[in-house]
Write a protein that binds this ligand. Structure first.
Ligand SMILES: Cc1cc2nc3c(=O)[nH]c(=O)nc-3n(C[C@H](O)[C@H](O)[C@H](O)COP(=O)(O)OP(=O)(O)OC[C@H]3O[C@@H](n4cnc5c(N)ncnc54)[C@H](O)[C@@H]3O)c2cc1C
Ligand code: FES
Length: 302
């Protein structure tokens, strides 16, 4: 197969770096283009999640491929299937992309059996993204539950790499048990080097656990939130959005400054199969990133 790019693909780069416009469908440029990748590194994060480093094989394609925080790709495990996965790395990293993947069904189980050097394919990037430029000059509050820290890493990298453009940055992270915490090896760097306030909490733990125990909303008691200058990103299970966003709403944060990433079962990722629809909204092209106001107007979204 020839992986040389057609000349018009060069136009992809400026388009993908444009800030998102809400209330407008994403224009998916090349939906059928498969970038052939090699798994160059695998980090075992927990018993269920692994971090895969994927390098696009063709150097020209590697240079052209770009994404924005919040976007996802369709990952093809040859012979097994294709799954939507959020990009978990810095959008500045042009060498490889990072995908944090939970072993859950047929395709992801197969991927967890892959070794370094295995070949996979990616399509995309797809979907809407977080309005990072709009957040500049404000406090940024990033809230994640469980696997939600994976999609949250891309906006966190964005802010860290432009740290002086943002005011206070805080990450609130909760899991069910301490063993489920992701990226623990990065916490010290985020706090000490990148000046990010990090608060973690688990729902239940044994007596050896020295950290906080409880629900993620209990962390709000430990931070000062200025409703006039704060943007919020929430990633995690829908039940968490509801409690977290309602609490933030009661503190006076406008709903159009709270952003959530909605996950629905997907098949095509490009607005063709209707698998991901909530009411008349396609979560693959109208989302996955929505402001909370839009989510509340989506029937059965949460
Ligand atoms: C926008 C988006 C971003 C995601 N990001 C991540 C991520 O960063 N890390 C991660 O581990 N998981 C992520 N998921 C969930 C991931 O896509 C599913 O866990 C995966 O599709 C399960 O596939 P499977 O074949 O192993 O499981 P099966 O249950 O065998 O699924 C069969 C097929 O159903 C569809 N499907 C099943 N579950 C989901 C699901 N939750 N969401 C969408 N399609 C699904 C897929 O097409 C899949 O191939 C994301 C989902 C979406 C929609
Ligand atoms: S996944 Fe096919 S329309 Fe959204």
């Amino acid at each position: 197969m020839n992986y040389r790019l057609l000349k018009q693909d060069i136009n992809l780069k400026p388009f993908m770096t444009m800030p998102p416009q809400f209330n407008r469908k994403t224009i998916v440029m090349r939906t059928d283009k498969v970038y052939k990748c090699e798994i160059i590194n695998i980090v075992e994060l927990t018993g269920l999640e692994k971090l895969f480093h994927l390098k696009i094989l063709d150097p020209v394609e590697r240079e052209i491929f770009s994404f924005r925080p919040g976007q996802f790709i369709m990952l093809e495990v040859p012979g097994f299937g294709e799954v939507p996965i959020s990009v978990s790395s810095s959008s500045n990293n042009r060498e490889f992309i990072e995908l944090c993947i939970r072993k859950s069904g047929r395709t992801t189980n197969m991927l967890h059996r892959a070794k370094k050097g295995a070949k996979v394919g990616i399509r995309g990037p797809f979907g809407t993204s977080f309005p990072m430029e709009e957040m500049a000059g404000n406090n940024v509050l990033l809230i994640a539950g469980g696997l939600g820290l994976a999609p949250l890493r891309a906006p966190l990298y964005w802010v860290i790499e432009r740290r002086d453009e943002y005011r206070d940055v805080a990450v609130l992270y909760g899991t069910k048990e301490p063993e489920q915490m992701l990226f623990t090896y990065q916490y010290e760097e985020w706090e000490k080097v990148n000046h990010v306030k990090l608060l973690t909490i688990v729902e239940k733990a044994d007596k050896d656990w020295k950290g906080r125990t409880g629900l993620i909303t209990e962390l709000f008691e430990e931070i000062n939130i200025d409703p006039d200058n704060t943007y919020v990103i929430v990633c995690g299970p829908p039940v968490m959005f509801k409690f977290v966003c309602n609490h933030l709403d009661s503190l006076g944060i406008p709903m159009n400054r709270m952003f959530v990433s909605l996950e629905r079962r997907m098949h095509c990722g490009m607005g063709k199969c209707c698998r991901c629809m909530v009411g008349s909204t396609f979560t693959c092209v109208d989302g996955p990133v929505f402001d909370y106001w839009s989510v509340l107007n989506l029937q059965e979204a949460i």
